[in-house]
Design a protein around this ligand. Structure first.
Ligand code: ZN
Length: 188
């Protein structure tokens, strides 16, 4: 019951956001409720946008994130933390599917763009859609880096570096705790 009571407020929030977006988009009844209701059966959050490529930002409280996230996920997603390298089970996740934001469920990276960077963090050469991530300059620790966050919930994901493989030459170095893997079979 605890897990359900934690997930429901987010689902309701997403449903509200998606519904209003759908109405603006096409003036018809929403089609997202089905997806959202089905998602309640999943043990993770998976909530693609109602309109592909269009992200409706979530504005909620830090108290809410503290309630629904594990302490480690909160530290990384909401306080720009970094998990220890080689600790995420997602490093070895090679099945087809997508990697969704662990906070809000927005699908961020596809398994087809994942590669073994040898860094100990899940690495991708591009996001599913540039509109799904936010990139900001980060000058902490005396380095210039580009921080990557979820465009919907502003959750910290990791950084992007210009030393990745073809076809983009980019390396999105992402904290595994910031992601949930959604197998292809569970994708709607
Ligand atoms: Zn998110």
């Amino acid at each position: 019951m605890r897990a359900l009571s934690l997930v429901l407020p987010l689902l309701l929030l997403l449903t509200t956001a998606c519904n209003s977006q759908t109405k603006v988009a096409n003036g018809e009844a929403d089609t997202t409720t089905t997806t959202t209701v089905e998602s309640q059966a999943l043990s993770y959050r998976y909530a693609p946008p109602a309109t592909p490529g269009v992200v409706e930002p979530i504005d909620t409280t830090e108290a809410y994130w503290r309630e629904i996230l594990s302490p480690q996920a909160y530290e990384v997603l909401r306080e720009d933390g970094t998990e220890r390298s080689f600790t995420s089970p997602l490093n070895d996740e090679k099945r087809p599917g997508v990697f969704a934001c662990a906070a809000c469920g927005l699908p961020l990276f596809a398994s087809s763009t994942k590669f073994n960077s040898g860094t100990g963090w899940p690495s991708f050469y591009e996001p599913i859609d540039p509109a799904y991530i936010k990139e900001d300059e980060d000058f902490r620790y005396g380095m210039r880096r580009v921080e990557v966050s979820c465009a919907r919930c502003d959750g910290h994901q990791g950084h992007v570096f210009p030393d990745g493989p073809d076809p983009t030459g980019l390396r999105y170095c992402i904290n595994g705790v910031s992601l949930n893997f959604v197998p292809q079979a569970d994708l709607k």
